[in-house]
Ligand binder design. Sequence first.
Ligand code: PLP
Length: 375
Amino acid sequence: MSLFNVYPLFDITPVIANDVYVYDNKGTKYLDLYGGHAVISIGHSHPTYVKNVSEQVSKLGFYSNAIQNPLQVELASQLENISGCKDYQLFLCNSGAEANENALKLSSFHTGKQKVIAFKNSFHGRTSAAVAATDNPKIIAPINAQQEVIFLEFEDLEGVEKALQNNDVCAIIIETIQGIGGLDEASTTFYQGLENLCKQYNTLLIADEIQCGFGRTGDFFAFQKHGITPHIISMAKGMGNGFPVGGILIHPSVEASYGLLGTTFGGNHLACAASLAVLETIQKEQLMENAQQIAAYFMEQAASIPQLKAVKGRGLMLGLEFDFPIAELRKSLIFKHHIFTGSAKNPNLLRILPPLTIQKQHIDVFFEALKKELS
Ligand SMILES: Cc1ncc(COP(=O)(O)O)c(C=O)c1O
């Protein structure tokens, strides 16, 4: 049987990994500035993660959501402590798309409305309403296009209000910092304006923190810099350090009822054990502080690269923008210098999404390689 051929693959086969390094089947060591697409938060094979997940699988790997699972309760409590998001309610699922799907569905249940507002260059996942709210017609199948989505520009509060006036919009969904779309972030005035308009028109504000959340920017959630209180916060990627887990935090004003949402695998024992290891390690190793410090160091080093047009993003969610397509540069970084980086919808943007454990010496290695390639 062949694999359904949907991914253009680099010819590299990782077999082992440790902290910020990945080793392939030929023993070549790669510096991971891509974090498996912003997924590796506390470092590959972190000892706390390995211990938590191994011990849990040896006791109980899975049982359904029809029984008590104290690990979910513990995860909710730890999430409240570390994020400072008080009195939110946690619903667990398995991926980012699923988190947004549940966020949008819940918004529709809560408001009784069905349209969605999303933004240009957005990416919210590949399923049903989540993909419909993604600004990429190539990945929206006719079946997904049934969901009506109004795409607007960042900063267009007037357009948002006009769209809300028909009283048929259940949710505004926004990545606090856009991921694949190219690391753009709207202003605090815009975020606060969205929050006010949502209150005024009985629409829910969904902060998609799937990529930018879980400590990546130095704040636990990226929206916290803007002083807003979203109705729903969606999470995944860094949440499980590679174990598939996602979730939504739901504001206390949105009430639960039996059967409203549900999942077989979401919040299973292994997923909770993985995510608890992530939270414990972020705190113990002060990884949010590290993200801020390393980001500042990265910016200083980037200032010495004359070919750079801009450095986008914040914390350890960064993009280097050049005035040429970066595809060849990215290949050279991988195959000549053994450094993984990421790409974006903007062909001129090289993305840096390392584990939050990264240190200055790794940044030095990257800039040395970059300078060689650009000279
Ligand atoms: C901002 C954002 N939302 C949603 C998703 C979808 O997550 P998943 O691939 O886990 O379904 C992604 C994945 O890249 C993302 O970056």
